[in-house]
Write a protein that binds this ligand. Structure first.
Ligand SMILES: Cc1cc2nc3c(=O)[nH]c(=O)nc-3n(C[C@H](O)[C@H](O)[C@H](O)COP(=O)(O)OP(=O)(O)OC[C@H]3O[C@@H](n4cnc5c(N)ncnc54)[C@H](O)[C@@H]3O)c2cc1C
Length: 421
């Protein structure tokens, strides 16, 4: 990976991309393919943020916002149960209240429908965009297009599953109903408790999300993208472009792309004067290195609310939502809890020997849509806030940013920064 020294005399880039997660790296590569000189900046090695440990699910079926009105009913439980699937740390409550208020306002019919349409418009193009991107870097094998399955165990859950199927059908999400015997044929290691499920044929999974960032990074480097391991403190706009102030000096570029995931609010405020209502839904995974062969594709449990994805390094159990901000240390018991939750889902329980826990910051806005926009007289590009879908939407986001960069295309309504006020 090429690194270049930074100093006021360093060559001025066309675009400085801040944040080398899946969004920033995919965008950097796409911009370099347009012939632009790109410098990519991250405080850590590429792909070590949320993009490192996600569930690897190409979740094109997830077209609904991150919450519904049941969140009001669940609030007391969220505050009192530190191990619940949905958790709100009471110390984060004062910070989170305005965000939750906006979340609730966005559940009214019109904004809710706008969010669904906005998520869907990205998800519908996500698989094809990933196919183009992986073909471009010569690594199509990183993605398995083998669908995914949502299973249920309690007979009384069937009605909820059918209702979900109807709602998904209304949004043109391809979905098949599987009875218990079909599930058993396709995934024989799942236990007899499974009553059936919904199979989503237009989805898939990545075998190693971190490796995906690495592969994109290698290709970006080969196309001339430079990497600086710097922390960006702030930035300012000038007549020629943008100056970023980092812990190791200034970096100048004609344009900047803010792609810092859950950490994007500070730099966005410095460059645009706007305080973005960005919070983080912290999520956890537990990687089980001895469980490669349990599942043929990603399987989610409706009742237990977590996903299990077969990967190169084992079986990844992932999920849970924790509102506790960016600074509080992880509660890794939540990751270990995923193993407890898996008990009874298989004919033989999963082995946790050698398992590794992880926590990451999902970047979430209260209307569940990302910001993908071009502001500041074209000097500032924004691509953040992809909540549970950043991996899914990275390739399509990169295509949109590449279309925005030279102003040929305008920002699209639902993804514009200005919608948030
Ligand atoms: C448990 C879990 C499971 C998930 N499962 C899925 C899934 O199955 N499918 C899916 O599509 N999505 C999933 N997601 C969501 C997905 O991981 C995120 O939406 C996505 O990774 C966000 O990518 P990003 O590039 O915006 O952010 P990140 O990957 O977090 O990257 C942001 C980068 O910015 C850098 N940065 C921040 N501030 C600065 C600064 N000031 N200076 C320099 N660098 C800075 C960070 O170091 C980081 O590398 C999951 C998330 C979690 C936590």
């Amino acid at each position: 990976m090429a690194t270049i020294p930074s100093s006021p005399t360093a060559p001025v880039a066309d675009v400085a991309v801040v944040g080398a997660g899946i969004i920033g790296v995919a965008c950097a590569l796409r911009l370099a393919r347009k012939g632009l000189r790109v410098v990519l900046i991250d405080q850590q090695e590429p792909g070590r943020g949320a993009s490192y440990g996600n569930a690897g699910h190409l979740a094109t079926e997830q077209v609904f916002p991150i919450a519904d009105f049941s969140i009001v009913r669940r609030l007391p439980g969220m505050l009192s149960d530190p191990m619940g699937p949905l958790r709100l740390d009471w110390r984060h409550l004062p910070h989170a209240l305005p965000w939750f208020t906006r979340l609730l306002l966005n559940l009214r019919a019109a904004p809710y429908q706008r969010s669904v349409a906005g998520i869907r418009a990205l998800n519908e193009h996500s698989l094809a965009a990933w196919q183009r991107l992986l073909a471009d870097i010569g690594q199509p094998q990183l993605l398995r297009q083998d669908g995914s399955l949502l299973v249920f165990e309690r007979p009384e859950s069937e009605a909820a599953l059918q209702a979900l199927r109807t709602r998904m059908g209304e949004q043109q999400v391809p979905v098949d109903v599987w009875r218990a015997d079909t599930v058993r044929q396709a995934a024989p290691q799942l236990s007899a408790r499974i009553q059936g499920g919904l199979f989503f044929p237009a989805t898939g999974h990545f075998l190693d999300p971190y490796r995906v960032v690495g592969a994109l990074m290698e290709s970006a480097t080969a196309r001339g993208v430079s990497f600086l391991q710097h922390h960006v403190h702030t930035g300012r706009l000038g007549p020629q472009g943008v100056t970023l102030i980092t812990d190791r000096g200034e970096v100048n570029a004609r344009q900047v792309l803010v792609a810092c995931g859950a950490h994007s609010a500070h730099l966005t405020a410095a460059l645009t004067g706007k305080q973005v209502p960005l919070d983080t839904e912290r999520g956890y995974h537990l990687m089980l290195p001895n469980e490669h062969a349990r599942l043929p594709f990603a399987v989610t449990s409706l009742e237990r609310r977590f996903i299990m994805t077969p990967m190169t390094d084992g079986l990844r159990l992932a999920g849970t939502v924790e509102f506790a901000g960016l600074k509080r240390p992880p509660n890794m018991q939540r990751a270990w809890q995923l193993h407890t939750l898996s008990k009874g889902l298989f004919t033989e329980d999963l082995s946790a020997e050698g398992a590794t826990p992880w926590m990451g910051f999902r970047p979430s806005l209260p209307d569940s849509l990302p910001v993908i926009d071009r502001v500041g007289n074209g000097r500032v590009l924004l691509a953040f806030g992809h909540q549970h879908l950043g991996l899914t939407q990275a390739a399509v986001t990169a295509e949109r940013v590449a279309a925005l960069v030279d102003g040929q295309v305008d920002g699209v309504g639902p993804y514009r920064l200005g919608r948030l006020w």
